[in-house]
Design a protein around this ligand. Structure first.
Ligand code: FES
Length: 362
């Protein structure tokens, strides 16, 4: 190994000397520095400054629009509609995204067009953290601020401060707004599957006006037991759920997984013996860990898996937890078949659906 001094920059390079490696190479050095128009033309610099201020302004407006959108399209549980949720998600997402993107684009443009772009050569030296080094660091920071021309560009200074201050708002305002939300868990004790006590339900949607039919999600078509084949999983909602107030809440609580297995492998407690129909079982689709939709079915093991943290439930054994952080089995929906072969819910879930970390009364 030999040491060679570069002819261009004066740097020293180690050269390979063994077989197969190049004997020597030239250090290409630095490309000649190209001055930008904004460096010498104050008008161009001013134009760049206005462009950057405009991008920061767009960021500010987007952040404000995100907050306003959150207020205009309420998504709280009592007033939410599907349209509100869509608009709120769109506006808050765009506000947050454009707010953050605007800061990034403006910062890059500022660096490209206005900051000092001269090449610097910095010699390496032993690391030390004494007072002198500390002083030097402060000096470098001060110099950086000078080179960024912050002090001489009050418009940009105000614009960046405004954009940085407002960009987190579309994230923080919904967060703070939800702190006072109604977390009444009694709502989880009753779902749309609960039979109508007065038997006044629409016969198309209710068996004998009382029991809600099972339907495919999202087609909302009733399900014949004969159509549920062995090994398949069917995603189910209550048939004919009216799209009115609380629709989303009711639908979210009532989603179900329907699976058919060989009846001989079902381990059913005596009190649950009539909750299944010919090997067809129905369980809440809401994971009892923190509420993700349990949706993956392993035909060989008859396990359903939650994709969020891999909680695994055994369909053949009352959907008990066999793996993962969930601490409670999936609630079961007792099902029966009407004279025409359609499946309906004979009762509500056996216990509240959803995460089990909430306090519950059985
Ligand atoms: S939400 Fe299902 S495992 Fe965490």
């Amino acid at each position: 190994m030999s040491i060679e001094k570069s002819s261009h920059s004066g740097e020293h390079r180690e050269l390979g000397g063994s077989a197969g490696l190049p004997e020597r190479f030239e250090n290409p050095g630095l490309e000649p520095h190209r001055h930008r128009l904004a460096d010498s033309d104050p008008k161009r610099a001013k134009r760049s400054e206005r462009q950057i201020a405009l991008i920061f302004t767009i960021s500010i407006l987007a952040s404000i629009a995100g907050v306003v959108g959150y207020a205009v399209f309420p998504v709280d549980i009592d007033r939410a509609s599907v349209l509100n949720v869509r608009w709120s998600t769109l506006v808050v997402g765009l506000g947050l995204g454009i707010g953050m993107l605007g800061i990034g684009v403006a910062a890059v443009q500022w660096a490209r067009a206005l900051m000092d772009d001269g090449e610097k050569i910095e010699d390496r030296h032993p690391m030390s953290a004494g007072p002198a080094a500390h002083q030097q660091s402060l000096e470098i920071l001060r110099q950086g601020a000078d080179e960024a021309n912050i002090a001489r560009r009050p418009v940009l200074k105000g614009a960046i401060a405004g954009a940085l201050a407002l960009a987190p708002l579309p994230f923080l305002v919904p967060l703070i707004g939800n702190l006072g939300a109604d977390w009444d868990i009694s709502k989880f004790k009753r779902t749309a599957w609960a039979p109508r006590e007065d038997g006044s339900g629409d016969p198309e949607r209710f068996f004998e006006g009382t029991y809600r039919y099972l339907a495919r999600d999202p087609q909302d078509t009733k399900i014949r037991a004969a159509d549920v084949t062995n090994g398949n999983i069917v995603h189910v909602i209550p048939h004919g759920l009216p799209e009115e107030e609380h629709y989303l809440e009711e639908k979210a609580k009532a989603v179900v997984l329907l699976v058919r297995v060989d009846p001989s492998i079902l381990k059913e407690a005596p009190e649950r013996a009539d909750w299944s129909y010919d090997g067809i079982v129905a369980y809440s689709k809401i994971c009892t860990h923190v509420g993700c939709p349990v949706a993956l079915y392993e035909q060989q093991t008859h396990h359903v898996l939650c994709p969020c943290h891999q909680s695994t439930f055994d369909i053949t054994d009352a959907a008990k937890v066999v793996f993962g952080p969930a601490k409670r089995a999936l609630p079961q929906l007792p099902i029966k078949v009407d004279p025409e072969g359609y499946l309906y819910a004979a009762a509500d879930f056996d216990e509240p659906v959803g995460p089990s970390y909430w306090q519950r009364e059985r």
